[in-house]
Ligand binder design. Sequence first.
Ligand code: PEP
Ligand code: MN
Length: 285
Amino acid sequence: MAMEPKATLTGAKTLAPYKLACREARPEGSVVRVGDLTIGNGSMVVMAGPCAVESRQQLMETAQAVKLAGAQVLRGGAYKPRTSPYSFQGLEEEGLELLREARAETGLKIITEVKDVRAVERVAQVADILQIGTRNMQNFGLLQEVGRTQVPVMLKRGLSATVEEWLMAAEYILAEGNEQVMLCERGIRTFEPFTRNTLDLSAVAAVRELSHLPVIVDPSHGTGRWKMVTPMALAAVAAGADGLIIEVHPRPWEALSDGPQSLTVERFAGLMTAMDPLLRALGRA
Ligand code: PEP
Ligand code: MN
């Protein structure tokens, strides 16, 4: 026997187990507001910056350059989730302070990762957007904790998460009362070793059908190769992404993490220029 659709908060009926994240809950789509910035209303948001905050010089140089190229949000990890405990773990509180300075100096909004439930309050004092990393997509305690703030959250898709699992993770945040949630496709594990991950752009179309949450694409982690970042960024825009998050480093060969997938500031500016006619063609300029 067919299952009876359950009513969502708006009274719409859905069979989806993610009652708040499903498209029917807000058919017109969600708009996430980050100060004067809006994400999900047809505009294109670009977040750019280093994988990790490494020094004042590195961060300020990158911040000024990405701002000049047209980015609205500065990315940079202060707390880095590294595969090895012996790898650079981030500047932690000092990194947060540098991000605060970079915002004051440039006016860029800040996105930075929070990887530990104990750090949510501290990170939320600096971050305009809290990033939940791929490895923490199903850290349910952390999801609930960021759900209890009113700070916008960008939830990265788990390394091996299905679209449904990803939307259920978003549901944990929404269920705590934080409606300011966006999703981020950053590539998944497949059998293909040429790329670091397989950027699943079909997930963009899937999520736009299944959910009202804005979707951001990360072609840096999605490919692991800087040469592939610009073509996949353009493909993401064509697929309907609401925004991009791009790793940029003034000297990628010196980066303490993710150098091989980082664009130089010049290449990042090139990406922004290449995106222009595409946005215009899509009526999104
Ligand atoms: C990052 O953005 O630098 C990062 C660690 O991303 P992910 O969680 O997608 O690996
Ligand atoms: Mn990175």
